[in-house]
Design a protein around this ligand. Structure first.
Ligand SMILES: [Zn+2]
Ligand SMILES: [Zn+2]
Length: 731
């Protein structure tokens, strides 16, 4: 019998260490396999990282593992090295990073089994029966019709896409014996149809340049104006990778409004793709991960975490809208999915393609340094170029639910011509301020330094930071005055105002509150696709990469705040948003318009947006960043602490600073803090920060390499907790 051997395990804990156990038969245990492990007085799941000859701790105290969970490793050698790189670069605990690479269903003790899905096929049916269904039960008829053209059958997922109320109809058909089902290992592939559209000269030229470079690592930035056809280039590249027998990961910032993208991918590649995003259940995401891992689907299309999809034949990673801040994970393990994608591609020797109409300053700077290949798309294949932004000066205007009379008149004109209108307002709820005019009382969150937002649909006041919710008070809690007023406009109020003003025209609100219900979102998108006049009202979500050709007017409200933000990224974000929102307009066969309401039409940034292209403005912003020494001309690392008392948070950071100060290169970096965070109290915890900036990454890395082992020893607790954020998004 082989003697037990030591092995090191990753356990998902916020601790900078791995754990040793003994394994009975090392021949049966490979790195990447999950085990149940005794831990303190309970059991936990861990992933085996490596075997080792001897133990670093007293051998008598090393316990044996309890049970192996998987017949085969759930993470391959490449994923484990990627996890080690991520943990090392972003200074995150390895145990947490390893588990980030697994679908959440495998983070506990659930066994990893080959998933099976239920699949329905048409039974024997006479023409008479079909005719009866057509007359009496249109829903059942629709399902039979769809199954008729799919002899291999359809899964629940596909039936639901056909009709959200599929379940009752399928049950009725089963009862009549007209439908049969069975378990299958993998969802049958829908036949792919849809021929590819003709490429424009620009697109063809880019593909000709790009394709010979696909056999090796390289970062390729598609810098193309809104509506210039970047997606078509992605789809062609995917096709060529699939034909070479490889798989592709295709990242998008948000899946909510990209239903049309799914449809396009389905038309081109049939059922050979998987989708993964936070709107799916753990089981659905696990199945997507598993099918892709086994190579049954060639494409993984999804949001940030889909980057960690395992594949033996990965041939390309696409990061669409690469400038989007949602690629950064801001809680738990902190990382930037675009940057990790580039590292993963480099490790595998494969290409990564980034795309945006408004590339991040980081990526533009990498192009300037010739680190990235850059390809420009300057024309829309449709008749009209993206509209130039116009400014609506509202300094002397009275606003109705946030809109000036001139903006409302424009909306009316466009609706009258049969166009659709998009109104962008990045604020959810009904009104952001609720206050008493007699004594000045304001509705504030009891857990955060933040105002409560009035949500009429919930009939409550809601905190957007911690989710705290309370009833709308009938009178001022301070002076008992009954007249409590609300100020400012959120998407709910805007929706209501527009609906009253343009009675008979559908007003579709799309924000996080609506997106929570997939069905409500689907109904709205259906109307939008229909192409009849309607008004789309929404937050950040409606500024992202969608393509509705009937939209001819885009209106941006409340953009001024960003002009005076303390954040060094505010200008970049504002310009990106303005160009992205205006780019949603005029994508079809009618010319589009785009307007921004502002009280500061003379502000240099507003003037720039009015007269110059995104590329010209970005070049200016880059020069500014270089002058002031901000990223991408410097690197930023942020230590954060949160605690029951502010003092504890500050003390922990002071302790960290003291350790940093002992390092050889400390003098070469700028260290700011510790100081209270901008929003000091959040979710009942006081927060503080310590910021490190250096022009040279080498110096910053040397400081961290030297100090982190000691810093990692500072324990976190329920009273005070600290985290580190490398390449922090903001100061
Ligand atoms: Zn009062
Ligand atoms: Zn709160």
């Amino acid at each position: 019998m082989p003697r037990p051997r030591y092995a090191r395990f990753a356990i998902p804990l916020p601790l900078y260490r791995v754990f040793e156990y003994t394994v009975d038969d090392p021949r049966e245990s490979a790195a990447g396999t999950r085990y149940r492990l005794p831990f303190a007085n309970r059991t936990r799941t861990g992933v085996l990282l490596e075997h080792c000859e001897s133990s670093e701790i007293d051998p008598a105290r090393v316990k044996p593992v309890l049970q192996r969970l998987d017949p085969e490793p759930v993470l391959d050698a490449h994923m484990l090295s990627l996890a080690r790189w991520l943990a090392d670069y972003y200074r995150q605990p390895l145990g947490e990073v390893v588990f980030l690479c697994l679908p959440s269903r495998l983070r506990g003790a659930q066994p990893h089994v080959t998933t099976r899905v239920k699949c329905w096929r048409l039974g024997d049916m006479t023409a008479e029966q079909l005719e009866t269904l057509r007359r009496r039960s249109p829903r059942q008829f629709e399902i039979c019709n769809a199954l008729e053209s799919r002899p291999s059958g359809m899964t629940a997922h596909e039936l639901k896409q056909l009709n959200p109320n599929w379940h009752a109809a399928v049950k009725a058909l089963e009862d009549k014996g007209l439908l049969r089902w069975q378990w299958v290992d993998a969802a049958p592939q829908a036949p792919s149809s849809g021929p590819a559209p003709r490429l424009s000269d620009e697109q063809a030229a880019i593909l000709a340049e790009l394709e010979p470079r696909l056999d090796r690592f390289g970062v390729h930035l598609l810098d193309g104006i809104t509506g210039s056809g970047k997606t078509e280039i992605y789809l062609r590249l995917i096709r060529s990778r699939l034909e070479a027998g490889q798989q592709v990961i295709y990242l998008v910032p948000e899946i909510g409004l990209t239903g049309q993208l799914l449809e396009r991918v389905r038309q081109r590649f049939g059922g050979g793709f998987e989708v993964s995003h936070s709107g799916l259940t753990d089981l659905q995401r696990y199945r997507a991960w598993d099918r892709f891992r086994r190579g049954e689907a060639g494409i993984m299309l999804g949001t940030r975490s889909s980057l960690f999809s395992q594949s033996e034949r990965l041939g390309l990673i696409i990061v669409d809208e690469e400038h989007d801040p949602s690629y950064r994970q801001e809680d738990g393990v902190r990382y930037h999915a675009r940057d990790v994608a580039i590292k993963r591609a480099q490790m595998l020797g494969i290409p990564v393609v980034l795309g945006s109409a408004t590339p991040s300053l980081e990526s533009l700077q990498n192009c300037a340094r010739d680190t990235y290949f850059r390809y420009r798309l300057d024309r829309r294949p449709t008749r009209f170029p993206p509209p130039r932004l116009q400014l609506l000066d509202v300094r002397d205007s009275r606003l109705e639910f946030g809109m000036s009379a001139r903006a409302l008149a424009l909306v009316e004109t466009h609706l009258g011509r049969g166009g659709q209108v998009l109104v962008y307002l990045n604020r959810r709820g009904y009104a952001p301020v609720v206050m008493c005019h007699d004594c000045g009382w304001q509705a504030l969150c009891r857990h955060c330094d933040a105002r409560l937002t009035l949500h009429q649909s919930l009939n409550s006041l809601l905190c957007h930071h911690c989710g705290y919710r309370q009833a709308i008070p009938g009178a001022c809690p301070e002076c008992a005055n009954r007249e409590i007023r609300q100020h400012g406009v959120g998407t709910e109020r805007l929706e209501q105002g527009l609906a009253a003003r343009f009675a008979g025209t559908p007003v579709l609100r799309i924000d996080r509150d609506v997106a929570a219900s997939g069905e409500a979102l689907d109904r709205r998108l259906q109307t939008l696709r229909g192409g009849t006049p309607c008004i789309l009202v929404g937050t950040q979500m409606i500024a992202k990469g969608h393509d509705y050709p009937a939209i001819t007017l885009a209106v941006v409200l409340e953009a001024d705040q960003a002009l005076f933000s303390a954040s060094y990224r505010a200008s970049e974000r504002l310009v990106q948003t303005l160009f992205q929102v205006s780019g949603r307009s005029g994508r079809g066969d009618r010319e589009g318009e785009a307007v921004v309401q502002t009280r500061f039409p003379e502000h240099p940034l507003m003037q720039a947006v009015l007269r110059r292209s995104y590329r010209e403005i970005a070049a200016d912003l880059l020069r500014e960043r270089e002058t002031y020494g901000f990223p991408p001309f410097a690197r930023v690392v942020m230590f954060r602490a949160d605690a029951v008392e502010l003092d504890e948070a500050l003390q922990t950071l002071a302790q960290i600073r003291a350790l940093l100060e002992t390092t050889a290169e400390f003098g070469a970096i700028d260290c700011i803090g510790p100081m209270p965070a901008l929003m000091t109290r959040r979710i009942s915890r006081y927060r503080a920060q310590l910021c490190l900036i250096a022009r040279q990454y080498r110096v910053l890395r040397a400081v961290l390499d030297e100090a982190m082992p000691a810093i990692a020893g500072i324990p976190g607790s329920a009273r005070v907790n600290w985290t580190v954020d490398v390449d922090a998004y903001d100061l």
